[in-house]
Design a protein around this ligand. Structure first.
Ligand code: TXA
Ligand code: MG
Length: 325
């Protein structure tokens, strides 16, 4: 298949490209598109065959459900039912934005799950695409399963080129990490994946929530996505956390004693502050593969605010190989 790449950055052609992409979605095809978090691999969420193609193209296990992307809260009818007040408060406050809410599924939606994950992306292009397609768009991150999520159209092309109908190029994603996932389908809301909408922001609004996003030992994961290996470059990754100077010394020591092609990556190299690190992280992990590295030593960040999401992705990239100094 020839994958068409179309830019959204030229205001003269942007709408034509979005409308053409919407036609592809309506016809059961696949379109990768930018959101503020990461690029999504979109299909008509109500078309079972189109969704099956998403799984096939990504190499995604079939027990890992997709997020439905909609234009606004008003279009939840026929998708979710028994929506609790806490979920409504969250949606009113954080939509459009980096928050995915898990709700009880309406019977009208055909899937093997009792619940449904929904999100309204902040990027206007994404909402225009959904609007013109006239259907909810199911979109996982547009990477091959197990690879870092894509934050540029080039990343998508690298993983899925030749296997999707179209890629809409809107430049680099602002946030760079996938949305926060919160389960509001039953009882106390539970954060299943940390993201840019932090636990503090959520608790300020609706009070105390649970947070279960790491599966330890033989526990059954609450979110299927938790049990799969994620974000891993081919290189073995070691994350070092602690006092800045001690970390710098440890990173150098580890790199100099390695017999593989290595690279040290400090927080400063990744952009310094949490926002910049989040935006650059997946691109940096992908570069490790391009450079053919055998081993990388990365400085971790403090697990506070957005740092929780950054460390969650880093820990997974490192397969929990963390050194504290
Ligand atoms: O930022 C994002 O959320 C991006 C953009 C494209 O919107 N999408 C994304 O989708 O990251 P994906 O499929 O890569 O991650 C969705 C996560 C997975 O871990 C999945 O297991 C979980 O959400 N999930 C989806 N539906 C669920 C459900 N009904 N119950 C529990 N977990 C669910
Ligand atoms: Mg993903």
């Amino acid at each position: 298949m020839n994958t068409i790449v179309k830019s959204l950055l030229d205001p003269n052609t942007c709408m034509t490209n979005i409308k053409n992409a919407a036609e592809i979605i309506k016809a059961g095809g696949l379109v990768a598109f930018p959101t503020e978090t990461v690029y999504g691999l979109g299909a008509n969420a109500l078309d079972v065959e189109a969704c099956a193609k998403v799984y096939a193209v990504k190499g995604r296990p079939s027990d890992n459900p997709l997020i439905m992307h909609i234009t606004d809260e008003m279009t939840l009818g026929g998708i979710a039912k028994n929506v609790p007040d806490t979920a409504i408060k969250l949606m009113d406050t954080f939509w459009p934005g980096s928050l995915t809410v898990i709700l009880q599924k309406d019977e009208a939606v055909k899937s093997d799950f009792d619940t449904v994950a929904v999100r309204v992306p902040k990027t206007m292009w994404a909402r225009l695409l959904i609007h013109h397609a006239g259907v909810p768009i199911a979109a996982p991150s547009a990477n091959l399963s197990g690879r870092p999520s894509p934050t540029t159209a080039a990343h998508v092309l690298e993983d899925l080129g030749g296997n999707v109908d179209m890629i809409l190029d809107g430049g680099a994603c602002d946030v760079g990490l996938e949305s926060t996932v919160i389960d509001c389908s039953d009882g106390t809301p539970t954060i299943l994946r940390p993201g840019a909408v932090t636990r503090e922001m959520i608790e300020d609004l609706i009070g105390s929530v649970n947070m279960v996003y790491e599966v330890l030992g033989d526990e059954a994961p609450k979110s299927p996505g938790m049990k799969y290996k994620h974000y891993s470059p081919n290189a073995r990754v070691t994350v070092v956390i602690g006092d800045t100077e001690k970390v710098a010394a440890k990173l150098e020591e580890l790199a100099s004693s390695s017999d593989k092609k290595t690279r040290v990556i400090t927080a400063k190299d990744m952009g310094g502050n949490h926002e910049a690190i989040a935006a650059n992280l997946f691109d940096i992990l992908r570069q490790c593969d391009e450079l053919g590295l055998g081993e990388v030593f990365i400085e971790g960040v403090e697990e506070e605010g957005l740092g929780v999401a950054i460390m969650n992705r880093l820990k997974k990239a490192a397969s929990y190989n963390i050194i504290k100094v």
